[in-house]
Design a protein around this ligand. Structure first.
Ligand code: KIV
Length: 272
């Protein structure tokens, strides 16, 4: 039987560290709105990430770059209202923390004040060191994010696996140690070789959460719309689909349209 954290106690950064220490895997899913967050929280997910993937999933953008801080705050404050147990993390969006640590702190403070989230997540290593230090100095917990960092897609030019080459793997390992030393309480590793992710998880004390990074890490994060099969065009190998809601929802909507057109809806019991 898999180890399972107490389902009634609020998940905190400290409890995630304890989970790593006793070998309990950490489950993480995205949510962007109240209703979905409520379901995900009640189903027992440990961490809910209000990811900037909202830019793709909610707003239909091709990348995560266009989403604004105001929009992330809107999603974040909707999610926290639906959550009782999970730790809630909100992504700082592109352009709100890179290259300007004062701006980074101001962005993080707005997220914490206006969403009631528990922490923020930001992408990058050495190059955002000052922003990390300044945000942490205000007592705001940070999840780092290394490997494929979608906010840098224009630099990478492709969404393929990162850190296959020795130099990039070495930099990633150094960055992971740096994030831990600076005081980040967890790190997301996206789309990197499983062997490298396993090495990071075994060298670091803080929890390492993988997405497309294999099973040797301390937890897994996926986009809820992907595992539920609401999105059906995006299918990299690291996604496991647990439902086909695209089909189920399409079918339900088609039946509703049919019932309206045929005057089957509303019937006598469905009116006043
Ligand atoms: O924005 C997001 O959803 C993410 C996860 C996929 C890690 O950053």
């Amino acid at each position: 039987m898999a180890l399972r954290a107490d389902m009634n106690r609020k998940v905190t950064t400290h409890r995630l560290l304890e989970m790593k220490m006793r070998g309990e895997k950490i489950s993480v899913l995205t949510a962007y709105d109240f209703s979905m967050a409520r379901i995900i929280d009640q189903a027992g997910v440990d961490v809910i990430l209000v990811g900037d993937s909202a830019s793709n999933v909610m707003a239909g953008n091709v990348t995560t770059l266009p989403i604004t801080l105001d929009q992330m705050i809107y999603h974040g404050s909707s999610v926290t209202k639906g959550v009782k147990r999970a730790l809630v993390a909100v992504d700082l969006p592109f352009g709100t923390y890179q290259g300007n640590s004062k701006l980074a702190l101001a962005s993080a403070i707005r997220v914490m004040k206006e969403t009631s989230a528990d922490c923020i997540k930001i992408e990058g290593g050495e190059e955002i060191k000052e922003s990390i230090e300044r945000i942490l100095s205000a007592g705001i917990p940070i999840i780092g994010h290394l490997g494929l960092t979608p906010q840098s897609i224009n630099k990478f030019g492709t969404y393929t696996v990162r850190a296959r080459e020795e130099a990039e793997a070495k930099k990633l390992l150094q960055d992971a140690h740096l994030l831990e030393d600076l005081g980040c309480f967890a790190i997301v590793l996206e789309k990197i070789p499983a062997k490298l992710a396993t090495q990071v998880a075994s060298e670091l004390r803080i929890p390492i959460i993988g997405i497309g990074a294999g099973g040797g890490v301390d937890g897994q994060v996926l986009v809820a719309h992907d595992i539920l099969g609401i999105t059906n065009e995006f299918s990299p190998r690291f996604i496991r689909r647990y439902a086909n809601l695209y089909e189920i929802m399409t079918n339900a909507v088609e039946r509703y349209v049919e019932d309206v057109k045929s005057c089957d809806f509303p019937n006598e019991g469905e009116q006043y």
